[in-house]
Design a protein. Structure first.
Length: 705
């Protein structure tokens, strides 16, 4: 018998007994220390360290239980040193937290907790059985606190009225998080919004900005100044090890104080070092302004990777869980060596910090620029955006300078481009791509994912060239999934890798996009609309533009309602009614027009797009796509079955294409009214439909007018 030192005690067998007869039955019993959890019994040959399946020599009735019955069924063969050992795992614990006592804590600071294990994100939500127990105990469905997690409703707590109808005193309770006044013991949970696992090891509990019990939910709320806030995490927080739920060993508590100041300061940059990796060494990137590039020799970055050594500190609400890298093509060197500047759009990618502890955040590693669209050869500039939990941000480098590198395609085979997700199911994801060139023999693909419960999975495959799509099976929805695709030659040479993150947020280059669904007139004859918030947040008193059908209408939001209740804001995913301060005629608005931030979008008639046409087997056309194809384009949510306002577009396809093909083509709107222009932007995805069915998927690459 073996046992890890100081991790528990083997209670049976006892007395130093080491020999047993074949067919003997005896009890096994192990008592782990409080910091450790028993996982299973392991049977192995101690001389070779080889694990032996249960039932070969020993049969354990319940190998996953610390107390079980063991029977010898066969004598071990010569040379086998049979051994039993309890497999243990350390229970999860809190590594660090913020705010911390004594820190300059602002009144709008959220709570952040960093664990030493990948935690079960469902630890903070009630199971269906626990929800029913709450309802049976007298908690009403209306008072359950819920949040949306990847389209699914999760319940994390409940409200309870401790007063009477005339003088209600609401108290809030979270499943396994208690926030109280350290001096009086008063419940403070109502001042905090839904907790969320921003990563498997990082839990955030944001402050609640509005009183959820006030009429219309538009009354600001904040923790009283100088309150000593006590936070307690119950031990029910858990992780999964070999499929077994493992809880924290004990509760975790700490205290911090609320000050009178709001957090308005930007994060402090402790360290930023950026280098380009060439496979054998790293070269620091030069920080240059646009005017300095033409006279400089810019280092070549053939691998489309950069090394980042970053440290951020924030004394206020603490750093956010990620940072953004903004990259744009600045120009190129021609054959004679002279430099030509270009005007290109900025591409943004989000990178999670490796560690966020208290008021510090750290990242030290490589960032794959291959996750962006295929880079054209030329000079690129990179800048960083660092944010805190209150939304304050700073750009680095400052003064319009950027980290610069030159990209040249040295890949021995073509690189797939324009990877796009064309369908997602609970257990599969389908992607499409485009490739130029025929200098390769096959594709290779690899994917790495993590489910919402923290389970990791991965896979790989190879397949013949000549296809433009692939279905990844066995995925786990609502988590993270990164896909890498590359081409190889029969000699074994590999090309550069293209990639995408399947569940990342939309890359549409705008901050606000609200789609108008229906138009009505109020008692005063002023038009108001029902609308879906597709991206961003819209507030009362926001200045907005209404775009579409070639029209641009400037106005201000006067009221936002949902089911007759008045709100001060609406966010992505909300379906609301929006009223305006100026009198707008109902005839001036049309379903499909959009509400946007002023000056951020314009009506456009022509764009360049990547389109994948479904094969006949996938439900696409049974005949070729003709030259000059004129399908219908839908820029609404592809998951919404009630699609409206098709926009007929004339493509620049010059020769017939077979179904199952990808292409980059110019599109010009040709619908009556729509040909005057609609609000679209780079990165927007759309459906291609004809005859009432989807025949393709696409994404805007560039606007052409």
């Amino acid at each position: 018998m073996n046992t890890p030192k100081s991790r528990g005690v083997i209670k049976s067998p006892a007395g130093g007994e080491t020999e047993k007869k074949v067919t003997d039955t005896f009890n096994l019993s192990f008592d782990p220390d409080s910091e450790w959890e028993f996982i299973r019994w392991k049977i192995f040959d101690s001389s070779t360290k080889t694990e032996i399946p249960n039932g070969t020599y020993l049969n354990l009735t319940s190998p996953n239980e610390p107390d079980t019955e063991c029977t010898f069924v066969n004598a071990p063969r010569d040379g086998v040193d049979l051994c039993l050992e309890p497999v243990l795992t350390a229970r999860p614990n809190v590594l660090s937290y913020s705010p911390i006592f004594g820190s300059d804590t602002c009144k709008d600071s959220s709570i952040q907790i960093l664990f030493d294990h990948d935690m079960d994100p469902c630890s903070i939500y009630y199971t269906n059985e626990e929800k029913q127990e709450l309802l049976d105990s007298g908690v009403t469905e209306e008072n359950l606190l819920s949040t949306e997690v990847n389209g699914e409703t999760k319940y994390y707590g409940y409200d309870k009225n401790r007063g009477n109808d005339r003088h209600p005193k609401w108290q809030s309770y979270f499943k396994n998080i208690s926030i109280t006044d350290a001096d009086t013991g008063a419940n403070l949970n109502k001042y905090f919004a839904a907790p969320v696992f921003e990563s498997p090891r990082r839990l955030s509990i944001p402050v609640q900005k509005f009183d959820r019990h006030s009429t219309g939910r538009n009354t600001p709320i904040s923790i009283p100044l100088w309150t000593q806030v006590a936070v307690q995490l119950d031990k029910e927080f858990s992780c999964y090890v070999e499929g077994k739920s493992v809880n924290m060993p004990s509760q975790k508590t700490w205290v911090y104080q609320i000050t009178s100041e709001s957090d308005t300061s930007v994060p402090n940059i402790t360290r930023v070092n950026v280098s380009q990796a060439d496979g054998s060494s790293s070269t620091a990137l030069q920080v240059l302004s646009a005017s300095q590039i033409s006279s400089k020799t810019i280092p070549v970055n053939a691998l489309r990777q950069i090394g980042c050594d970053i440290a951020i500190h924030d004394n206020g609400s603490g750093p956010s869980g990620d940072f953004q890298i903004k990259m744009k093509r600045l120009g190129y060197y021609n054959s004679s060596g002279s430099y030509t500047a270009v005007s290109a759009s900025t591409t943004e990618t989000t990178v999670n910090y490796q560690s966020v502890a208290s008021q510090n955040a750290v990242y030290n590693g490589t960032v794959e620029l291959a996750d962006l669209n295929l880079l054209e050869e030329g000079v690129y500039g990179i800048s960083f955006v660092f944010k805190d939990r209150s939304g304050n941000q700073t750009t680095y480098p400052a003064d319009g300078k950027m980290y610069c590198f030159q990209y040249k395609n040295t890949s021995p085979t073509p690189i797939p481009t324009d990877l796009m997700v064309i369908s997602k199911a609970s257990d599969s994801v389908k992607i499409a791509w485009l490739i130029s060139g025929n200098n390769f023999d096959q594709y290779s693909i690899r994917w790495e994912g993590r489910s919402a419960r923290g389970e990791t999975y991965s896979g790989s495959d190879t397949f013949a060239k000549g296809v433009s799509s692939y279905t990844i099976s066995g995925t786990k929805d609502s988590g993270t999934l990164r896909v890498y695709l590359w081409t190889t030659k029969s000699t074994g040479e590999e090309g550069g890798r293209a990639g995408l993150s399947v569940y990342e947020s939309s890359s549409v280059a705008c901050t606000l996009l609200v789609s108008i669904k229906n138009i009505y007139t109020d008692a005063d004859g002023k038009a108001y609309v029902d609308a879906d918030v597709t991206k961003g947040t819209i507030h009362t008193d926001d200045s907005i533009q209404i775009l579409g059908m070639g029209k641009t209408i400037n106005t201000t939001v006067s009221k936002i309602t949902q089911y007759s209740r008045v709100y001060t804001e609406a966010s992505e995913g909300d379906q609301v009614s929006i009223y305006f301060t100026t009198a707008i005629n109902q005839s001036d608005l049309t379903e499909g027009m959009c509400i946007c931030t002023p000056g951020e979008m314009q009506n456009h008639k022509k764009f360049k797009a990547f389109i994948y046409f479904l094969s006949t087997e996938e439900g696409g056309r049974s005949t070729q796509i003709p030259a000059g194809y004129r399908p219908q384009f839908y820029f609404t949510n592809p998951n919404n079955p009630n699609l409206k306002n098709p926009m007929v577009g004339q493509t620049s396809i010059s020769e017939p294409l077979n179904p199952g093909t990808s292409i980059i083509t110019d599109v010009t709107f040709a619908s009556v009214g729509m040909k005057d222009g609609m609000p679209i932007c780079e990165g927007a995805e759309f459906l291609v439909r004809e005859g009432g069915r989807v025949v393709g998927f696409g994404k805007i690459k560039a606007l052409l007018d």
